[in-house]
Design a protein around this ligand. Structure first.
Ligand code: OSB
Ligand code: MG
Length: 368
Protein backbone atom coordinates (compact mmCIF):
# COMPACT_ATOMS: atom_id res chain seq x y z
CA UNK A 1 0.00 0.00 0.00
CA UNK A 2 1.11 3.57 -0.71
CA UNK A 3 -0.49 6.69 0.70
CA UNK A 4 -2.23 8.66 -2.03
CA UNK A 5 -2.74 11.76 0.08
CA UNK A 6 -2.97 12.93 3.66
CA UNK A 7 -5.08 15.78 4.99
CA UNK A 8 -4.64 17.35 8.43
CA UNK A 9 -7.47 19.40 9.91
CA UNK A 10 -7.32 21.66 12.92
CA UNK A 11 -10.38 22.26 15.04
CA UNK A 12 -11.40 23.71 18.39
CA UNK A 13 -14.09 21.98 20.41
CA UNK A 14 -15.62 23.56 23.51
CA UNK A 15 -15.67 21.18 26.48
CA UNK A 16 -18.98 20.55 28.24
CA UNK A 17 -17.28 21.21 31.58
CA UNK A 18 -13.81 22.67 32.19
CA UNK A 19 -11.17 20.06 33.10
CA UNK A 20 -8.61 21.18 35.70
CA UNK A 21 -5.33 19.47 36.48
CA UNK A 22 -2.26 20.59 38.45
CA UNK A 23 -0.95 22.27 35.27
CA UNK A 24 -4.05 24.22 34.22
CA UNK A 25 -7.67 24.27 33.09
CA UNK A 26 -8.89 23.12 29.67
CA UNK A 27 -12.09 24.82 28.54
CA UNK A 28 -11.54 24.02 24.84
CA UNK A 29 -9.74 21.29 23.00
CA UNK A 30 -7.54 22.49 20.13
CA UNK A 31 -6.77 19.35 18.13
CA UNK A 32 -5.77 17.86 14.81
CA UNK A 33 -7.50 15.11 12.89
CA UNK A 34 -5.38 13.28 10.31
CA UNK A 35 -7.00 11.62 7.29
CA UNK A 36 -4.85 9.14 5.35
CA UNK A 37 -6.20 8.14 1.93
CA UNK A 38 -5.41 5.17 -0.25
CA UNK A 39 -7.54 3.24 -2.73
CA UNK A 40 -10.70 5.20 -1.84
CA UNK A 41 -10.37 4.23 1.81
CA UNK A 42 -9.76 6.80 4.58
CA UNK A 43 -8.02 6.13 7.89
CA UNK A 44 -8.35 8.55 10.79
CA UNK A 45 -5.91 9.56 13.49
CA UNK A 46 -6.11 12.17 16.24
CA UNK A 47 -3.31 14.31 17.58
CA UNK A 48 -3.61 14.45 21.37
CA UNK A 49 -1.18 17.32 22.07
CA UNK A 50 -2.65 20.17 24.10
CA UNK A 51 -2.68 23.78 22.89
CA UNK A 52 0.15 24.71 25.28
CA UNK A 53 3.22 22.70 26.39
CA UNK A 54 1.84 22.04 29.89
CA UNK A 55 1.55 18.24 29.89
CA UNK A 56 4.53 17.63 27.62
CA UNK A 57 6.64 19.76 25.30
CA UNK A 58 4.44 19.17 22.25
CA UNK A 59 1.57 21.46 21.27
CA UNK A 60 -1.10 21.42 18.58
CA UNK A 61 0.93 23.96 16.59
CA UNK A 62 4.27 22.14 16.89
CA UNK A 63 2.56 18.92 15.82
CA UNK A 64 0.99 20.55 12.76
CA UNK A 65 4.40 21.91 11.75
CA UNK A 66 6.26 18.66 12.37
CA UNK A 67 3.66 16.61 10.49
CA UNK A 68 3.73 18.96 7.50
CA UNK A 69 7.47 19.62 7.25
CA UNK A 70 9.10 16.41 8.52
CA UNK A 71 6.70 13.47 8.85
CA UNK A 72 4.68 13.52 5.63
CA UNK A 73 7.73 14.02 3.35
CA UNK A 74 9.23 10.80 4.78
CA UNK A 75 6.09 8.87 3.86
CA UNK A 76 5.80 10.09 0.29
CA UNK A 77 6.00 7.13 -2.09
CA UNK A 78 6.83 4.72 0.73
CA UNK A 79 5.59 1.18 0.14
CA UNK A 80 3.85 0.23 3.39
CA UNK A 81 3.23 -3.50 3.71
CA UNK A 82 2.43 -3.22 7.43
CA UNK A 83 1.73 -0.11 9.56
CA UNK A 84 4.59 -1.11 11.89
CA UNK A 85 6.90 0.14 9.14
CA UNK A 86 5.65 3.70 9.68
CA UNK A 87 7.27 4.12 13.09
CA UNK A 88 10.46 2.59 11.67
CA UNK A 89 10.43 5.15 8.80
CA UNK A 90 9.92 7.98 11.31
CA UNK A 91 12.43 6.77 13.88
CA UNK A 92 15.28 9.10 12.73
CA UNK A 93 13.09 12.01 13.86
CA UNK A 94 13.65 12.49 17.58
CA UNK A 95 10.62 12.58 19.89
CA UNK A 96 7.64 14.60 18.59
CA UNK A 97 5.74 11.49 19.60
CA UNK A 98 2.22 12.92 19.47
CA UNK A 99 2.80 14.20 15.94
CA UNK A 100 4.09 10.78 14.84
CA UNK A 101 1.29 8.89 16.58
CA UNK A 102 -1.44 10.97 14.93
CA UNK A 103 -0.16 10.00 11.47
CA UNK A 104 0.70 6.39 12.36
CA UNK A 105 -2.79 5.97 13.88
CA UNK A 106 -4.48 7.16 10.68
CA UNK A 107 -2.37 4.76 8.60
CA UNK A 108 -3.08 1.89 11.00
CA UNK A 109 -6.84 2.52 10.68
CA UNK A 110 -6.50 2.74 6.88
CA UNK A 111 -4.55 -0.51 6.69
CA UNK A 112 -6.97 -2.36 8.99
CA UNK A 113 -9.92 -1.20 6.87
CA UNK A 114 -8.19 -2.37 3.70
CA UNK A 115 -7.48 -5.74 5.35
CA UNK A 116 -11.11 -5.89 6.49
CA UNK A 117 -10.05 -6.24 10.12
CA UNK A 118 -10.99 -4.28 13.20
CA UNK A 119 -8.18 -2.13 14.54
CA UNK A 120 -8.05 -4.29 17.69
CA UNK A 121 -7.83 -7.47 15.61
CA UNK A 122 -5.11 -5.99 13.42
CA UNK A 123 -2.66 -5.95 16.33
CA UNK A 124 -3.88 -8.94 18.31
CA UNK A 125 -6.31 -7.41 20.82
CA UNK A 126 -8.24 -10.26 22.42
CA UNK A 127 -10.87 -8.75 24.73
CA UNK A 128 -14.35 -8.04 23.38
CA UNK A 129 -15.00 -5.37 26.01
CA UNK A 130 -12.80 -3.19 28.21
CA UNK A 131 -13.29 -1.95 31.76
CA UNK A 132 -13.65 1.78 32.07
CA UNK A 133 -12.43 4.23 34.69
CA UNK A 134 -13.15 7.92 35.01
CA UNK A 135 -10.74 10.83 35.43
CA UNK A 136 -12.12 13.68 37.53
CA UNK A 137 -10.48 17.11 37.38
CA UNK A 138 -9.83 19.36 40.36
CA UNK A 139 -13.10 20.83 41.64
CA UNK A 140 -13.51 24.13 43.51
CA UNK A 141 -14.75 22.44 46.71
CA UNK A 142 -14.67 19.00 48.34
CA UNK A 143 -18.49 18.97 48.20
CA UNK A 144 -18.38 19.39 44.39
CA UNK A 145 -15.83 16.62 44.13
CA UNK A 146 -17.84 14.27 46.34
CA UNK A 147 -20.94 14.87 44.20
CA UNK A 148 -18.95 14.07 41.05
CA UNK A 149 -17.41 10.94 42.55
CA UNK A 150 -20.87 9.84 43.73
CA UNK A 151 -22.27 10.22 40.23
CA UNK A 152 -19.33 8.24 38.81
CA UNK A 153 -19.84 5.43 41.34
CA UNK A 154 -23.57 5.33 40.48
CA UNK A 155 -22.79 5.28 36.75
CA UNK A 156 -20.75 2.10 37.30
CA UNK A 157 -17.20 3.27 36.53
CA UNK A 158 -14.76 0.57 37.64
CA UNK A 159 -12.15 2.95 38.99
CA UNK A 160 -12.19 6.63 39.85
CA UNK A 161 -9.17 8.83 39.37
CA UNK A 162 -8.97 12.16 41.10
CA UNK A 163 -6.56 14.89 40.10
CA UNK A 164 -4.50 16.32 42.95
CA UNK A 165 -2.30 19.40 43.25
CA UNK A 166 -0.50 21.10 46.14
CA UNK A 167 -3.19 22.44 48.48
CA UNK A 168 -5.81 20.05 47.03
CA UNK A 169 -4.49 16.69 48.09
CA UNK A 170 -4.44 14.84 51.41
CA UNK A 171 -7.41 16.46 53.14
CA UNK A 172 -9.48 16.31 49.98
CA UNK A 173 -8.63 12.65 49.35
CA UNK A 174 -9.42 11.82 53.00
CA UNK A 175 -12.83 13.46 52.61
CA UNK A 176 -13.56 11.40 49.48
CA UNK A 177 -12.38 8.15 51.09
CA UNK A 178 -14.55 8.82 54.17
CA UNK A 179 -17.58 9.20 51.91
CA UNK A 180 -16.78 6.19 49.67
CA UNK A 181 -15.01 3.58 51.81
CA UNK A 182 -15.26 0.83 49.17
CA UNK A 183 -14.64 2.74 45.93
CA UNK A 184 -11.61 1.92 43.78
CA UNK A 185 -9.84 5.29 43.99
CA UNK A 186 -6.56 6.64 42.69
CA UNK A 187 -4.87 10.05 42.47
CA UNK A 188 -3.07 11.73 39.54
CA UNK A 189 -0.62 14.54 40.41
CA UNK A 190 0.52 15.34 36.86
CA UNK A 191 4.08 15.83 38.15
CA UNK A 192 3.26 18.54 40.71
CA UNK A 193 5.42 17.30 43.63
CA UNK A 194 9.01 16.60 44.65
CA UNK A 195 10.69 14.29 47.16
CA UNK A 196 10.29 17.13 49.71
CA UNK A 197 6.63 15.97 49.77
CA UNK A 198 7.47 12.41 50.85
CA UNK A 199 5.39 12.70 54.04
CA UNK A 200 2.32 13.58 52.00
CA UNK A 201 2.67 10.40 49.94
CA UNK A 202 3.31 8.32 53.07
CA UNK A 203 0.10 9.75 54.56
CA UNK A 204 -1.79 8.89 51.34
CA UNK A 205 -0.83 5.24 51.99
CA UNK A 206 -3.59 5.21 54.66
CA UNK A 207 -6.26 5.70 52.00
CA UNK A 208 -5.73 2.41 50.21
CA UNK A 209 -5.46 3.97 46.76
CA UNK A 210 -5.10 1.69 43.74
CA UNK A 211 -2.12 3.83 42.69
CA UNK A 212 -0.70 7.33 42.63
CA UNK A 213 -0.02 8.52 39.09
CA UNK A 214 2.99 10.66 38.11
CA UNK A 215 3.63 12.20 41.53
CA UNK A 216 7.07 13.68 40.65
CA UNK A 217 8.68 15.52 37.74
CA UNK A 218 7.56 14.80 34.17
CA UNK A 219 11.09 13.79 33.14
CA UNK A 220 12.12 11.83 36.23
CA UNK A 221 12.52 8.13 36.90
CA UNK A 222 15.20 8.31 39.63
CA UNK A 223 13.27 10.12 42.37
CA UNK A 224 10.23 8.02 41.54
CA UNK A 225 12.36 5.01 42.41
CA UNK A 226 13.13 6.50 45.86
CA UNK A 227 9.48 7.39 46.37
CA UNK A 228 8.24 3.93 45.37
CA UNK A 229 10.71 2.38 47.84
CA UNK A 230 9.31 4.57 50.63
CA UNK A 231 5.55 4.08 50.13
CA UNK A 232 3.16 1.12 49.88
CA UNK A 233 0.85 2.61 47.27
CA UNK A 234 1.91 1.58 43.76
CA UNK A 235 3.42 4.39 41.71
CA UNK A 236 2.12 4.64 38.12
CA UNK A 237 4.17 6.52 35.53
CA UNK A 238 2.46 8.58 32.83
CA UNK A 239 4.48 11.65 31.67
CA UNK A 240 7.89 9.98 32.30
CA UNK A 241 7.43 7.13 29.80
CA UNK A 242 7.95 7.99 26.11
CA UNK A 243 9.15 4.66 24.76
CA UNK A 244 9.70 0.98 25.47
CA UNK A 245 13.28 1.94 26.43
CA UNK A 246 12.00 4.36 29.08
CA UNK A 247 9.67 1.63 30.35
CA UNK A 248 12.52 -0.88 30.53
CA UNK A 249 14.68 1.51 32.54
CA UNK A 250 11.85 2.47 34.91
CA UNK A 251 11.03 -1.19 35.51
CA UNK A 252 14.69 -2.08 36.06
CA UNK A 253 15.10 0.75 38.56
CA UNK A 254 11.86 -0.03 40.39
CA UNK A 255 10.46 3.45 39.66
CA UNK A 256 6.87 2.22 39.25
CA UNK A 257 4.64 -0.85 39.55
CA UNK A 258 2.13 0.34 36.98
CA UNK A 259 2.42 2.08 33.59
CA UNK A 260 -0.21 4.18 31.86
CA UNK A 261 0.15 3.83 28.08
CA UNK A 262 -1.03 6.72 25.94
CA UNK A 263 -0.54 5.99 22.26
CA UNK A 264 0.29 9.65 21.56
CA UNK A 265 2.83 10.04 24.34
CA UNK A 266 4.83 7.00 23.23
CA UNK A 267 4.76 7.76 19.50
CA UNK A 268 2.17 5.33 18.22
CA UNK A 269 0.59 1.91 18.26
CA UNK A 270 3.78 0.01 17.37
CA UNK A 271 5.62 1.46 20.40
CA UNK A 272 2.56 0.86 22.62
CA UNK A 273 2.63 -2.82 21.61
CA UNK A 274 6.28 -3.08 22.65
CA UNK A 275 5.57 -1.54 26.05
CA UNK A 276 2.56 -3.80 26.60
CA UNK A 277 4.69 -6.85 25.84
CA UNK A 278 7.53 -5.72 28.10
CA UNK A 279 5.15 -5.03 30.99
CA UNK A 280 3.50 -8.43 30.57
CA UNK A 281 6.92 -10.09 30.80
CA UNK A 282 7.74 -8.18 34.00
CA UNK A 283 4.38 -8.40 35.76
CA UNK A 284 3.80 -4.65 35.51
CA UNK A 285 0.13 -3.66 35.34
CA UNK A 286 -0.86 -1.45 32.41
CA UNK A 287 -3.87 0.69 31.60
CA UNK A 288 -4.80 3.03 28.79
CA UNK A 289 -4.59 6.74 29.58
CA UNK A 290 -6.70 9.44 27.95
CA UNK A 291 -6.05 12.94 26.62
CA UNK A 292 -9.60 14.28 26.39
CA UNK A 293 -9.93 12.87 22.89
CA UNK A 294 -12.84 12.97 20.48
CA UNK A 295 -14.40 9.67 19.47
CA UNK A 296 -11.61 9.07 16.95
CA UNK A 297 -8.80 9.09 19.51
CA UNK A 298 -11.00 7.26 21.98
CA UNK A 299 -11.64 4.46 19.45
CA UNK A 300 -7.87 3.98 19.07
CA UNK A 301 -7.62 3.82 22.88
CA UNK A 302 -10.35 1.21 23.26
CA UNK A 303 -8.70 -0.93 20.57
CA UNK A 304 -5.29 -0.86 22.30
CA UNK A 305 -6.92 -1.53 25.69
CA UNK A 306 -8.27 -4.80 24.25
CA UNK A 307 -4.76 -6.29 24.51
CA UNK A 308 -4.24 -8.84 27.26
CA UNK A 309 -1.53 -6.79 29.01
CA UNK A 310 -3.97 -3.94 29.76
CA UNK A 311 -4.89 -5.36 33.16
CA UNK A 312 -6.54 -2.33 34.80
CA UNK A 313 -9.49 -0.11 33.83
CA UNK A 314 -8.35 2.81 31.62
CA UNK A 315 -9.42 6.43 31.08
CA UNK A 316 -11.58 5.28 28.20
CA UNK A 317 -14.88 6.81 29.31
CA UNK A 318 -17.21 7.47 26.36
CA UNK A 319 -16.14 10.79 24.85
CA UNK A 320 -19.71 12.13 24.94
CA UNK A 321 -18.80 13.02 28.51
CA UNK A 322 -16.64 15.82 27.13
CA UNK A 323 -18.42 17.00 23.95
CA UNK A 324 -21.85 18.34 23.09
CA UNK A 325 -21.65 16.38 19.85
CA UNK A 326 -19.00 13.82 19.01
CA UNK A 327 -17.54 13.49 15.51
CA UNK A 328 -18.15 9.74 15.26
CA UNK A 329 -21.28 7.63 15.16
CA UNK A 330 -22.87 5.61 16.62
CA UNK A 331 -22.35 7.04 20.07
CA UNK A 332 -20.29 4.89 22.46
CA UNK A 333 -22.21 3.61 25.45
CA UNK A 334 -20.94 2.14 28.70
CA UNK A 335 -22.82 -0.73 30.35
CA UNK A 336 -21.89 -1.91 33.85
CA UNK A 337 -18.57 -0.09 33.56
CA UNK A 338 -17.50 -1.70 30.30
CA UNK A 339 -17.30 -0.49 26.72
CA UNK A 340 -17.50 -2.92 23.80
CA UNK A 341 -14.49 -3.25 21.49
CA UNK A 342 -15.79 -2.60 17.97
CA UNK A 343 -15.60 -5.47 15.50
CA UNK A 344 -16.29 -3.55 12.27
CA UNK A 345 -13.22 -2.76 10.10
CA UNK A 346 -10.72 -0.21 11.39
CA UNK A 347 -11.92 2.06 14.17
CA UNK A 348 -15.37 0.52 13.80
CA UNK A 349 -17.18 3.85 13.68
CA UNK A 350 -18.15 6.23 10.95
CA UNK A 351 -16.88 9.77 11.04
CA UNK A 352 -19.43 12.58 10.58
CA UNK A 353 -17.71 14.13 7.60
CA UNK A 354 -20.02 17.12 7.39
CA UNK A 355 -19.52 17.99 11.04
CA UNK A 356 -15.77 17.58 10.54
CA UNK A 357 -15.95 20.08 7.64
CA UNK A 358 -17.95 22.54 9.75
CA UNK A 359 -15.53 22.32 12.67
CA UNK A 360 -12.34 22.62 10.60
CA UNK A 361 -10.71 26.02 11.06
CA UNK A 362 -7.64 25.31 8.94
CA UNK A 363 -6.19 22.38 7.05
CA UNK A 364 -3.36 21.28 4.82
CA UNK A 365 -2.90 18.36 2.45
CA UNK A 366 0.01 16.67 0.78
CA UNK A 367 0.65 17.93 -2.77
CA UNK A 368 1.88 14.55 -4.03
O1 OSB B 1 -2.64 12.96 33.09
O2 OSB B 1 -3.96 11.50 32.36
C1 OSB B 1 -3.60 12.67 32.40
C2 OSB B 1 -6.01 14.87 30.39
C3 OSB B 1 -5.12 15.74 29.79
C4 OSB B 1 -3.77 15.64 30.08
C5 OSB B 1 -3.32 14.64 30.95
C6 OSB B 1 -4.20 13.75 31.54
C7 OSB B 1 -5.57 13.88 31.27
C8 OSB B 1 -6.60 13.03 31.87
C9 OSB B 1 -7.84 12.87 31.03
O3 OSB B 1 -6.53 12.55 32.97
C10 OSB B 1 -8.43 11.53 31.03
C11 OSB B 1 -9.45 11.39 29.92
O4 OSB B 1 -9.11 11.61 28.73
O5 OSB B 1 -10.59 11.01 30.21
MG1 MG C 1 -1.87 11.25 34.06
Amino acid sequence: MQLESVTVRRMTLPMLTPFTTSFGTQTHRDLLIVEAHSGRVTGYGECVALAEPLYSEETTSTCALVIQDYILPRLQGLEISHPREVSAALSPLKRNNMAKAAVEGAIWDLWAKRENQSLAQSFGGTKDAVEVGLSIGIKPTDADLIDTVGAAVDAGYKRIKIKIAPGRDLQMMRAVRAEFPDAVLMADANSAYTMADLELFQALDELDLLMVEQPLAHDDIVDHRHLQAAIRTPVCLDESIHSAEDARQAIELGSCRIINIKIGRVGGIAESLKIEQLCRQHGIDVWCGGMLETGIGRAHNVAIASLEGFTLPGDTAPSARYWAEDIIEPEVTMDDGVVAVPTAPGLGFSVKQQLLDELTVSSFSTDW
